[in-house]
Design a binder for this molecule. Structure first.
Ligand code: AP5
Ligand code: MG
Length: 190
């Protein structure tokens, strides 16, 4: 099953993708995680990406698309994968379509998690106490949420037109949200 999680920072994409990944037995691919690993490893592109991330900006499309293309060609993605945080712009959405066409694969569902901005800020401020992500500062959190509304939200209409969009409220406990996500997955399972 090939699935995309879209949603603003802090809505629970990572939390839910991890659970769905265990449920379906397909890998969880978070572009944020892959980029943080590349930054940690000190590769030149990882370091360059890190500068965008720490400022709460999006990393350039071509870099992210190349990274995803390499990752989904790994053998563990043969039966599918869950993309968390990709695509995040319309050009990335178009690039994903192209990439899947070339591989004769199909996107089964796009799950859009949503929650009010003030809840997102609360969650990320709370996470900052535990995880110390460099982009979890009050100013950067607000910037990331703004960029989500400007650059990522237009993808919702793109996927709605294609008939693959499922919108899931992200409020409630992680278990409650998972029940909703799992129901969408079952409806869309090929
Ligand atoms: P990324 O790592 O994807 O960060 P993000 O989108 O800002 O989202 P988060 O990981 O902060 O939140 P989440 O939705 O995963 O929520 P989580 O489950 O952790 O990207 C980081 C950066 O990398 C980007 O800013 C950009 O620079 C770059 N990047 C990545 N992909 C890119 C792309 N495609 N193009 C360009 N640049 C890209 O939950 C958040 C917190 O809330 C946690 O503490 C969690 O425990 C808690 N929580 C979860 N669910 C609940 C719940 N139901 N109730 C209460 N608390 C909850
Ligand atoms: Mg995440």
């Amino acid at each position: 099953m090939l699935m995309v999680f879209i949603g603003p920072p802090g809505v629970g994409k990572g939390t839910q993708a991890q659970r769905v990944s265990a449920h379906l037995g397909v890998p969880h691919l978070s572009t944020g995680e892959l980029l943080r690993e590349a930054k940690e490893a000190g590769t030149s592109w990882g370091v360059a990406a890190g500068q965008y991330m720490d400022a709460g900006q999006l990393v350039p499309d071509d870099l992210v698309v190349t990274m995803v293309a390499q990752r989904i060609d790994q053998p563990d993605c043969r039966k599918g994968c869950l993309l968390d945080g990709f695509p995040r712009t319309l050009p990335q959405g178009e690039a994903l379509d192209q990439l899947l066409r070339e591989r004769i694969r199909r996107l089964d569902v796009v799950v859009a998690l949503d929650a009010p901005d003030d809840e997102l800020v609360r969650r990320l401020i709370a996470r900052a106490e535990i995880e110390h992500r460099p982009d979890d500062t009050p100013k950067t959190i607000v910037r990331r949420i703004e960029i989500y509304h400007e650059r990522t939200e237009p993808l919702l209409a793109y996927y709605k037109r294609r008939g693959v969009l499922e919108t899931v409220p992200g409020l409630g406990t992680p278990d409650e949200v998972f029940q909703r996500v799992a129901a969408c997955v079952e409806r869309r399972r090929p």
